[in-house]
Design a protein around this ligand. Structure first.
Ligand code: 5GP
Length: 144
């Protein structure tokens, strides 16, 4: 069994949290932010992350995880409406062997349409104007 490495404050999502890198944010509060995945597996693919520096489910405080789950549910309901989705896929990966690539805990919220497969992970960067329009749709649904 491999030991779990320490949290790396230079990971991409920590840099987004500090405002060092841009993101199409759709929701934020004092504990959580949600923003669009830059390489969406389906339109509207959103990531929900804690502000707390947690690497993944193995080290996050239970109350921070609970709040991430609460916001993931809000985003799922908004995404279903905003993208007229038939369903929602939720994914969350832990450590490299578990499929994790970015080591700050995140929950994927992916709107799905019947018969339409997800693109493979990291298959294509979405155009910024498309992400901006999708983020606007999600923000409107979350506000509504
Ligand atoms: P995981 O760690 O769960 O395998 O996936 C990491 C996710 O982060 C991927 O879906 C990938 O497309 C997304 N991602 C990687 N780099 C960036 C970035 O700079 N900005 C955003 N918004 N998403 C990213």
């Amino acid at each position: 069994m491999t030991a779990t490495p320490a949290y790396d404050p230079q990971n991409i999502f920590a840099r987004i949290l500090r405002g060092e890198l841009p993101a199409h944010t759709v929701y934020e509060d004092d504990k959580v932010i949600a923003f669009l995945d830059i390489m969406p597996r389906c339109p509207g693919h959103t990531l929900v992350i804690p502000r707390a520096p947690a690497r993944n489910i193995l080290d996050i405080a239970p109350e921070d995880l609970a709040h991430v789950a609460t916001v993931a549910k809000k985003v799922a309901i908004a995404a279903k409406a905003a993208f007229a989705a038939d369903g929602i896929t939720i994914q969350q990966f832990n450590e490299e062997a578990g499929g994790q690539v970015v080591f700050h805990l995140h929950v994927h919220v992916i709107p799905r349409h019947s018969g339409e497969p997800m693109k493979p992970p990291a298959s294509a960067m979405e155009k910024p104007e498309v992400l901006a329009e999708h983020a606007q749709r999600l923000r409107a649904a979350l506000a509504g």
